[in-house]
Design a protein around this ligand. Structure first.
Ligand SMILES: Nc1ncnc2c1ncn2[C@@H]1O[C@H](COP(=O)(O)OP(=O)(O)OP(=O)(O)O)[C@@H](O)[C@H]1O
Ligand SMILES: [Mg+2]
Length: 363
């Protein structure tokens, strides 16, 4: 890791600079114009591999190879990529790593909100300069998309469906014409080879500002699924918790596999509305219980264990986090949670300590 030690969260291209450099060296396959790596090497970077020279490439995304291949292949065409899925399915995470591996830069980012204005997608003006000197290229403030076009890189648009439709429309021209005119200056920015857009959108937001069919046609959609099996999800959580702990410099607390498995099981059962053995139906609470929440419950538990516990992750360290994540609405979710505790958790063999900790934490 070569990131500046003081940075709280290095960008992917900083955190994994060594892996990217090793891949670039080993990569003898053809690279699309403007790409730092070949599509094959990008896929290795995302999914993990061991290079011939022994360099370990850590897996970033845990999931089906085909999904990553389709996403990478799309970016080599003139269509943009839309990563779609329920919350916590690594849409943002994958988009950052794809941009880091393909363009060497994941920072050209537009955060989509209801308040995202056209300037965030096209360009704005530095008004002090504009007033003092009149319109000039110096007074122009390019958006991340404009910069990506000019430099042949990838721009990322987060939460595309939250952006008001008229601002979304600005993207249609950019994606179909691959130019961005600046009528005030009588110039245009033509996209350099290597330019493309990776957008993410949440399944749950669909309908907020649904994509116009004109815009949707300019994207290839790749749906990121929730982890299929509990084992997959345990693997994701274990991996990410270890990485986060290193980044945060948390004192070493071995993340107990038992607790991770329990948290993942509880979240999956509540999410799916049925126990893993398929025997008991349970009610689902209102909040999202995604892999991302499981990661944060375990990470918080580790911090508790490190600073206030005995250095071992125990049920009492995760219990408060779990009930906090499950009980978003104190009344209705509280009922769901207590019912689940009494009917499922209590009956489970070897879960006594966990049951007691959760009961204690939800009072
Ligand atoms: N399949 C997976 N492989 C690796 N990490 C994963 C996977 N699924 C979830 N994660 C982890 O979950 C966390 C949340 O992911 P991320 O923020 O990218 O989700 P998202 O899909 O963008 O969610 P939202 O819709 O809320 O924006 C990340 O730390 C990511 O590493
Ligand atoms: Mg996201």
């Amino acid at each position: 890791m070569t990131a500046t030690p003081a940075v709280l969260r290095p960008h992917a291209e900083q955190a994994y600079a060594e892996e990217l450099a090793a891949l670039a060296k080993a990569d003898d396959r053809p690279r699309p114009p403007g790409w730092k790596l070949s599509p094959w090497a990008v896929t290795q970077y995302v999914l993990g591999a061991t290079l011939d020279d022994g360099t370990e490439i850590t897996p970033k995304y845990v999931g089906a190879r085909r999904i990553v291949e389709v996403a990478v292949a799309t970016l080599a065409t003139d269509r943009a990529l839309l990563l779609l899925g329920v919350p916590g399915t690594a849409k943002t995470w994958l988009s950052e790593h794809l941009a880091a591996a393909i363009a060497g830069d994941s920072t050209l980012l537009v955060q989509g909100t209801a308040g995202t204005a056209e300037e965030a997608v096209r360009y704005g003006w530095n008004y002090a300069r504009l007033l003092a000197e009149g319109p000039s290229e110096k007074a122009l403030v390019p958006s991340p998309v404009m910069t990506a076009m000019a430099e042949g890189r990838l721009a990322r648009v987060e939460e595309l469906t939250r952006i008001p439709s008229d601002v979304q429309d600005a993207l249609i021209t950019i994606l179909s014409e691959k130019t961005l005119p600046v009528p005030e200056l009588g110039i245009e920015v033509q996209a350099q080879r290597g330019f493309n857009i990776i957008a993410t959108a949440n399944d749950r937001d669909r309908g907020v500002n649904d994509l116009s069919s004109a815009l949707r046609r300019r994207f290839n959609t790749v749906v990121l699924p929730v982890p299929q099996t509990a084992d997959d999800e345990v693997e994701i959580v274990t991996r990410r918790v270890a990485q986060l702990g290193r980044n945060l410099d948390l004192p070493e607390v071995p993340a107990s596999l038992t607790e991770i498995r329990r948290v993942v099981t509880v979240f999956r059962e509540l999410r799916n509305g049925i126990t893993e053995d398929g025997r008991t139906k349970v009610k689902s609470p209102s909040g999202t219980l995604s892999t991302a929440e499981a990661i944060s419950v375990i990470t918080n538990g580790i911090a508790l264990a490190a600073h206030f516990g005995d250095g071992v992750l125990r049920p009492t360290d995760v219990a408060a986090g779990i009930s906090g994540a499950v009980v978003q609405d104190p009344v209705s979710d509280g009922v769901v949670w207590r019912e689940y505790l009494e009917t499922v958790v209590r009956e489970r063999e070897d879960w006594d300590d966990f049951y007691a900790a959760c009961r204690e934490a939800s009072h």
